[in-house]
Ligand binder design. Structure first.
Ligand code: N01
Length: 527
């Protein structure tokens, strides 16, 4: 079979994929980008549900590596909307001239390592056959939605929508009875918008979530200027592997009163940045309990019906061990007459009927269903592709007991394959745009080193990988994360191994810098 030879295939045209493709192309490599969507934007292309926004401040949620992009873009609000972030992604694509490098509306179906040629043989669903020296999977941590699989699904008479694959046309909820299933970030952001239009909304909740108020607003000029003034320091700090913002020391030991006062910052509109400003939040039970108590007291103050308020108070996991949500008017939406909370702990969903959803207790008649069930996070987009490494070993088999990876980027036995923000990297626990940049720059350094020495193959040492996997596990065990049935732990997908997927350590970028400075001691290069 005739295969087109390229230097690299980059899968994904989100922020990380675009940067990777651009960086390689700029250095003269022949790059073929592949993207399932019709255009750039990654997660922001797909998640178009009403109310979708970023959950860290927009000023931080942007490329740090490209001065022209940075200075030519002006975020309008503290937390940008999905249309604005998608417009930003398009702005980046325009300046980088990235689109000609991509085949859109195309999926990679298989990638097999060709031992003899030191190349990846990559097939797509559009019948394209490629042969690439490098394969970079920039496929995103949250890109494979968890599909509803309730009995009777197809019998439902009305439209069914999935938040992670929202239609491009506006959805009209006016006068409709709507079921919203799930209470993660996607549901929490969309519910107030749906409830404002719909005749009636039933919110099906299995586990209540902690959500912090966005206190969204236009960005005042003074804030913009202050941010611009601190930019060089911030950029130098993150490049060096520091937090980029001022934090209290890790050994902070507040009295109970000081602690109760400090956790109030969760209500200051800082979104996920506020959680980082509480030292040891995900490690120290006393600190975490104080934060949980504070948020629950806010929920009780916001929700008029005390029975509903209690049901909305999370009690089964420590705050931030599931990703905290950032909302606009989520809790007060339950004060509306047209919103009803259905507590699935009192009776689970048994089936979808032609008229609606039937739980163990009742049938809820609706005209539309919104499924906000989350994602097969971090590994889903990688294991759904038929990736086979040395001796034809499928990645799925290599990861049977959980993802075995080095630095979240390389897998022993899978030469010349890189994953951006993969499992075993901090990715989703930090600003994911920056996390992507750190990985892209590392991959670029590896590829450049190989070109300089005429090498064609790089793999990671198995013992180094084992040590990294053990370290990732050990770091997680020292935290409260394993207590939650979260997607971080793979617990939201039946049958998925229960391991902490992201790396919780805060030294990741420093480690990457040290690895580059030491000339990649854990990698094996060959001609
Ligand atoms: O998904 P989730 P999400 N029966 O997994 C419920 C990012 N994000 O799409 O908790 C009944 O958080 C499930 O219940 P339970 C962000 O990183 C960011 O909302 O498993 N219910 C849960 O309530 C986020 O963390 C933004 O008991 C079922 C919900 O569905 C991540 O994406 C916005 C069920 C899924 O919640 C995922 O968020 C949106 C079943 N069979 C998303 N199966 C920003 O703000 C699942 N559920 C940037």
């Amino acid at each position: 079979m005739e295969r087109r030879e390229v230097d690299a295939v980059v899968v994904g045209a989100g922020f990380a994929g675009m940067y990777m493709s651009f960086a390689l192309r700029q250095r003269g490599y022949d790059v073929q980008g592949i993207e399932a969507a019709a255009d750039v934007g990654g997660t922001w292309y797909w998640n178009r549900y009403p109310g979708a926004r970023c959950d860290i401040p927009s000023l931080l949620y942007q490329y740090s590596w490209h001065e022209e992009i940075r200075t030519s873009w002006r975020w309008s609000e503290k937390y940008a909307t999905q249309p604005e972030i998608l417009a930003y992604a398009n702005h980046c694509a325009d300046i980088l001239g990235i689109r000609p490098l991509y085949r859109f509306e195309t999926r990679v179906t298989a990638a097999h390592w060709d031992e003899a040629a030191d190349r990846w043989l990559v097939d797509t669903d559009k019948g394209e056959f490629l042969s690439a020296r490098f394969l970079v999977m920039a496929t995103g941590a949250l890109s494979v939605p968890k599909e509803p699989d309730f009995p009777g699904l197809d019998s439902f008479n009305g439209p069914q929508l999935v938040t992670g694959r929202w239609p491009h046309q506006p959805v009209d909820f006016k006068g409709k009875r709507v079921a919203v299933v799930g209470t993660g970030s996607s549901a929490i952001q969309s519910l107030p918008h749906i409830a404002a239009e719909a005749a009636q909304v039933y919110v099906f909740q299995r586990t209540p979530n902690f959500s912090l108020p966005a206190l969204n607003a236009p960005i005042p000029d003074e804030e913009r200027e202050a941010f611009e003034a601190m930019w060089p320091m911030y950029k130098a700090s993150i490049d060096a592997g520091e937090a980029g913002v001022e934090l209290l020391p890790e050994d902070w030991e507040p009295t109970d009163e000081e602690l109760a006062e400090h956790v109030r910052i969760l209500w200051n509109g800082g979104g996920l940045v506020s959680t980082v400003q509480i030292p040891r939040l995900t490690k120290d039970e006393r600190i975490n309990n104080a934060a949980c108590d504070f948020v629950r007291s806010q929920i009780r103050a916001l929700v008029n019906d005390p029975v509903v308020a209690e049901k909305l108070c999370p009690t089964s996991f420590p705050i931030s061990t599931k990703r905290a949500c950032v909302d606009t008017d989520y809790y007060i939406t339950f004060n509306r007459d047209n919103v009803t909370l259905v507590d699935l702990t009192e009776g689970a969903i048994e089936e979808v009927t032609p008229r609606g959803i039937r739980t163990a207790n009742a049938e809820y008649e609706v005209d539309m269903i919104v499924w906000a069930l989350g994602f097969d996070a971090m590994t889903g987009a990688l294991t759904r592709v038929d990736i086979r490494g040395e001796e034809g070993r499928p990645l799925k088999d290599a990861w049977y007991a959980g993802p075995a990876m080095w630095m979240g980027m390389m897998v022993a036995g899978f030469p010349n394959l890189f994953t951006i923000t993969g499992p075993g990297s901090p990715s989703v626990l930090m600003n994911v745009i920056l996390a992507g940049e750190h990985n892209v720059e590392f991959v670029q350094a590896v590829v450049e080193r190989m070109r300089a020495r005429g090498q064609t193959r790089v793999t990671v040492d198995e013992a180094a990988q084992d040590a990294w996997v053990a370290h990732v596990r050990q770091e997680a065990e020292g935290t409260l994360f394993p207590r939650a049935n979260s997607w971080y732990m793979g617990a939201n997908i039946p049958g998925k191994p229960r391991v902490m997927l992201p790396y919780v350590g805060t030294d990741y970028k420093k480690r990457l810098n040290a690895i580059v400075a030491a000339d990649f001691p854990d990698l094996r290069f060959s001609a």
